[in-house]
Ligand binder design. Structure first.
Ligand SMILES: [Zn+2]
Length: 304
């Protein structure tokens, strides 16, 4: 008994070594874990606070968060929503739609600007709540159906996608469209422009908006940011074509998926003093400056 109680030197060394390995692992893993959690918290909070929904013009409304955008285009035979935000954003989008007097269950079509988790993360939940069909470009559809697991994302980040930090609930895509296709719900018609670069299937949308007796042309433009962690061969020529396509579109009103970039708040506030509350959103100069900015960043080799 006595002999069994006193451990020999060899097992003690083994235990000590194992403990050391565990301690070393904990020391290394703890900051990584905390960093991951802080990043997730930051991205959950960042741009995800409530923003009052409002009419931009005619049947075109803002229903997104303070920065992560979502848009509602209403029609007599059903509505269209562009973008679902992060996985946690849909309750806010649904509440904003209700606040404007519309019903999520009348949304027939869900569209997406790009399949990163901050814009496509909530599509599955919005589809569930509305019963709407998701339409996406071929390249975006693959990523949306894989829960954000985009083959173009840097290999070192893909494990974070798979464990759900950068990934999101996968959504079934009902229809895949080609560049130039028009998606219709009754009289509401949006034309898809596959303006690749930020992602392969990044989609800009152009659509007319009736404001009283004038018809305004609206453009929801893709992100023009080059992401250092999302590169693919052929990306530069894709961007060149994208700049050309965006320049060819008439944009009386323009928006993009991060609201700060098109001045959501500034324009929203300016409505109070404008003769017509739509006027602050008529901003073709801002649209051209947005494209110029993206182009000059690409020329200077800026990657985010
Ligand atoms: Zn993105």
């Amino acid at each position: 008994m006595e002999a069994n109680k006193s451990p020999g030197p060899a097992p003690r060394r083994r235990i000590t070594r194992r403990r050391l390995i565990l301690i070393a692992f904990a020391i290394l893993a703890a900051p990584l874990f905390l960093l991951g959690r802080a990043w997730k918290q930051g991205s959950d909070d960042g741009g995800q606070k409530y923003a009052r929904p409002f009419r931009i013009a005619g049947n075109f409304y803002y229903v997104g968060a303070n920065d992560i955008a979502a848009f509602l285009i209403t029609g007599p035979q059903g509505h269209v929503v562009i973008d679902g935000g992060y996985p946690g954003t849909p309750p806010l989008i649904i509440a904003s739609i209700a606040e404007l007097g519309f019903d999520i269950r009348d949304v027939r079509v869900l569209l997406n600007s790009e399949p990163h988790g901050d814009h496509a993360g909530g599509l599955a939940a919005l589809k569930e709540a509305s019963g709407a069909e998701i339409w996406a470009s071929h390249a975006s559809a693959d990523v949306i159906e894989a829960g954000g697991d985009d083959p173009d994302i840097h290999w070192a980040l893909r494990p974070l996608v798979r464990v759900g930090i950068l990934g999101y609930p996968a959504a079934r895509v009902d229809h895949r469209f080609d560049d130039g296709d028009t998606i219709r719900v009754g009289p509401v018609a949006l034309t898809a422009h596959v303006t690749a670069g930020h992602t392969r299937g990044c989609t800009s949308w152009s659509f007319p908006v009736q404001d009283g007796d004038r018809e305004l042309q609206a453009v929801s433009a893709c992100s023009l940011v080059v992401l250092g962690v999302s590169r693919y061969s052929g990306q530069a020529p894709d961007f060149e074509r994208t700049f050309q396509v965006l320049r060819s579109l008439q944009a009386d009103i323009w928006v993009t998926s991060h609201a700060r970039l098109w001045g959501r708040y500034r324009k929203f506030v300016a409505r109070d003093t404008a003769a017509n509350p739509v006027d602050p959103f008529i901003d073709p100069e801002g649209y051209r400056a947005y494209i110029d900015g993206g182009e000059s960043e690409l020329r200077r080799g800026v990657a985010h």
